[in-house]
Design a protein around this ligand. Sequence first.
Ligand SMILES: [Zn+2]
Length: 299
Amino acid sequence: MPVPNNPPPHIYTTVGLERAADRRRDPDWLAQKRRDPKSLVVALHDLRVLIADRASGPDPFALTVASLGGEIPQESVFLGLLEERAVFALDMSGESSGLALRAVELRALAPLLPARELGLLAYARALLHWGAMQRFCGRCGGTLVVGEAGHMRWCPSCRAEFFPRTDPAVIVLVTACEHCVLGRSPRFPPGVYSTLAGFVEPGESLEAAVAREIREEVGLEIEGLDYRSSQPWPFPQSLMLGFRARARLEPLRIDARELEDARWFHRRELLDEHHRPVRLPAPDSIARYLIEEWLFEDS
Ligand SMILES: [Zn+2]
């Protein structure tokens, strides 16, 4: 039997990077690393990754300290240390680097880059998105100042502090013995059916969020729940918490505001990728993993 194509840690998880959080408050060290030719820079343009096209494939580290005039701008975000080299994220929206770089959506790079690079880029994308959205104080409206090498912002007027957000969302494969539920949102590409998912609401446990989402979206009461694994999903700032839930094989009551269809599928229908009645979600997603993990396990 084939195995799921993206076992944990899932794509977009930071791997191999030492975050070195203590260095975020070390201005002298940061200044030196921003001038160090060995430092790595990942640059984004409107949240798309700037890459150079090489014979060996896309290169997201095409910008260097030298090509940026011998020093990386102050507003670059310190991500951490990769084998002792400092890594910075730089927002180049609205700028022309003067180099032959191409802006590409991160998800389009998923099949082309190693997991370590994708994890770095996901981390960079999440922080640059947060920084672009968090420019003014939510309490007094003052303009925020960047602190901790891009990992916090604070308000000089009222001293309020703001930190990057990660929004928890539950993503669930509902099963009943040899069947599982897959649903289709109108936002999905044609033919794609996926696991059910939704954001955790304030005051809600993960277990309660799973039970509520399944009840709301397909009208089932779950009878058991197992946590499987998680995936950072920086589109823009979610953390997907993956579960498998058990339910009875009963007719679905579909919430038409959320889903245009949902069905029970027998394992046999989904096993052969050439004869599936539907398309599964993209291979970079935990949704695909949760389905394949169940599909290919010994039953
Ligand atoms: Zn303020």
